[in-house]
Design a protein around this ligand. Structure first.
Ligand code: AMP
Length: 396
């Protein structure tokens, strides 16, 4: 019986899920937040119960030790040697990694080298890696890259139309993100479609961050995030695509500096920036329902930007067999799915089954048999992909 832990280490957080891999069951899961502060929060779910503790956690190493001590104390594992593998989510794998790999010194140095492309994430992933390596040295470690699934993009899709030397010398290109989610959801969709030889799928990962991917015969051919996750659709606090001249204009006219503009585009824009209410879709939806016009405008822009990418990818794929909704908004908001599908209905001949959309649960088809495009809701499961890759690569 092999136990594998999926880890997502951020700069001040660490999420985990411990799997019993023979049956792919989650035994326990949780998160450390505000690591480095006096009031860090440790949440762990086990046996249907949720424990939340506020305590000072100095760094990731302390967090990992606390997690492992808790696993023993709660008798979730009897011996830490039961944990045979640790799978680490890594945001940026650059052009080096088109699939998951066992972490060795070379992999560590490449993840480290790529920190200029993901300054908040890659160093944090390595911190998480070292913390587990020290605490359970016998467990193997695997890196699963958010960019790997998009390495099948062709140069005509990933090269920006700026001087080529910035690609050749400085690695400036589209890398995309959410690849593990797009891989999981598009694979599950193909299964649900009966594994046809050819398939044209658009995955809409709509969460606090959001991206769309065009998947042809199982391969990503284009995706809406770019050099960083700032590109593409409107998100909770990220702007998505804007004319880059806005940056210079704000610097000249308003007196912001470059760092302030980039922070504004990442943290103060999107649903939050337009509505002035919240970055959370539910809050914006509620405010709009209560007559807040800017909240309504934020929703209108959000939906239009999603359908604009669906339109692009419809063309890029030469048609579309299925559209899949996933992540917080895509999985949970029947309202968002209905609005988006209504906007697409005339052009794509989509017809939604309202009962399946509103009342259904889990992986499901929500379009009617008459619909020209199948529409699915498929809850994403990045942690399971990480655990599966870890098991496969470590031969567990
Ligand atoms: P994620 O980043 O995938 O966790 O998604 C977070 C987003 O999902 C937030 O904007 C939430 O407001 C949104 N969300 C979660 N549950 C619901 C729901 N029941 N209805 C609408 N939006 C939701």
């Amino acid at each position: 019986m092999s136990k594998i832990i999926s880890v997502n280490a951020g700069s001040s957080s660490l999420k985990f899920q411990l799997f019993e891999m023979d049956d792919e069951i989650v035994i326990t899961s949780g998160v450390f937040e505000r690591i480095g502060l006096e009031d860090s929060i440790f949440t762990i779910k086990y046996n249907g119960e949720k424990d939340v503790t506020t305590l000072p956690i100095e760094n990731h190493k302390v967090a990992v030790q606390l997690l492992l001590d808790t696993l023993i104390k709660k008798e979730i594992v009897k011996d830490l040697d039961e944990i045979k593998g640790v799978g680490h989510r890594v945001v940026q794998g650059g052009a080096y990694f088109d699939q998951s790999v066992i972490i060795d010194e070379d992999v560590v140095s490449k993840i480290d080298e790529l920190k200029s492309l993901a300054p908040l994430h890659n160093p944090a992933h390595l911190t998480g890696y070292y913390a587990f390596k020290e605490a359970i040295p016998n467990a193997g470690a695997v890196a699963v890259f958010d960019t790997a699934f998009h390495q099948t993009l062709e140069p005509k899709s990933y090269i920006y139309p700026i001087p080529y030397k910035y690609y050749a010398e400085n690695k400036v290109r589209k890398y995309g993100a959410h690849g593990t989610s797009h891989f999981y959801v598009s694979s599950r969709c193909r299964e649900m479609m009966g594994n046809p030889e050819h398939s044209r799928i658009i995955v809409a990962h709509l969460g606090a961050g959001g991206s769309l991917t065009a998947v042809k015969d199982g391969k990503s051919i284009n995706t809406s995030m770019g050099f960083t996750p700032l590109a593409g659709i409107m998100m909770g606090t990220r702007s998505g695509d804007v004319d880059p001249s806005v940056i210079d204009y704000l610097i000249e006219e308003v007196g912001l500096d470059m760092k302030e503009v980039i922070k504004m585009l990442n943290k103060e824009s999107g649903l939050l920036g337009v509505s002035g209410v919240s970055s959370d879709f539910r809050d914006v939806q509620e405010a709009a329902a209560n007559g807040n016009e800017r909240a309504q405008l934020a929703l209108d822009i959000f939906f239009r930007r999603v359908i604009a990418y669906i339109g692009r990818y419809f063309i890029a794929l030469g048609g579309v067999d299925a559209i899949c909704f996933t992540a917080g908004i895509g999985e949970n908001s029947f309202f968002a799915r209905k609005e988006i599908c209504n906007l697409l209905a005339e052009a794509l001949g989509i017809e939604i089954d309202d009962d399946a959309n509103v009342n259904g649960k889990g992986d499901r088809l929500i379009s009617t048999p008459n619909s020209k495009v199948k529409v699915y809701v498929i809850p994403t499961n990045e942690e399971l992909v990480i655990a599966r890759d870890t098991k496969r690569l470590l031969n567990l």
